[in-house]
Design a protein around this ligand. Sequence first.
Ligand SMILES: Cc1ncc(COP(=O)(O)O)c(C=O)c1O
Length: 283
Amino acid sequence: MGYTLWNDKIVNDNEILINKEDRGYQFGDGVYEVIKVYNGEMFTVDEHIDRLYLSAEKIKITIPMTKDKLHKLLYELVEIDQLNTGHIYFQVTRGAAPRAHNFPGDTVLPVITAYTKENERPIENFEKGVKATFVEDIRWLRCDIKSLNLLGAVLAKQEAVEKGCYEAILHRGDIVTEGSSTNVFGIKNGVLYTHPANNLILKGITRSVVLECANEIGLPVKEEAFTKSATLQMDEVFVTSTTSEVTPVISIDGTEINNGNVGEWTRKLQAQFETKIKMLQVK
Ligand SMILES: Cc1ncc(COP(=O)(O)O)c(C=O)c1O
């Protein structure tokens, strides 16, 4: 909101210059993160920074900054923007160089940009739940990398929105992987199921927090893939992400889950998640 972290400096938005040959712009050659900020405090910031460096490493980008320095700059950005509740978006591209698919030489430095956005938590979705639709997962086979290449996700989300749904639940063949920008969970007979964190899904930070919450409230977890038809027969379904937190799914392609109501376990997980947000304020 007025300022941008641009490489190692925080500048006025109108000072940043994006090179037309930036590889992020031309190839989607980079990685990104979104961090939630509650009342001026960054939630799970270390986990997001670690995942950014891991994603970068997987595509052979060396981020020219220490994690501590990045953490400090993100903190300063939140302060200078006076962000209360919203999020930070940040990305690292392989840098700008004459257009060629192969990597540029070592002298080309990665480009870092980060900015904040104020926005309310989607409380109504948490309370009432949302509709979802199944969409074939046509993305590449390295969904574990939080890459700037998001076309598969963009097309899936658009299809969902055109059908009046909040999220596209992606499936490869009959197996549900994750949402277009969320992880998918189902609860059946008191057991929480979610796809294992392999190359077919992004290992969501919220997913990890929710698995921790499940442990804390005595809900057994199985990180096992499940099918589309099993999803429709779940007692409860929900999706998670940094901005969607724990969002209940109450119908999929018109089939109601739990008679169109938010389930008991989902409510308990939401409450446990909320305690973690509150703990942030007393740190
Ligand atoms: C494909 C995909 N899966 C899962 C997630 C959830 O990840 P997180 O909880 O870290 O926000 C996202 C978030 O953007 C995503 O794009």
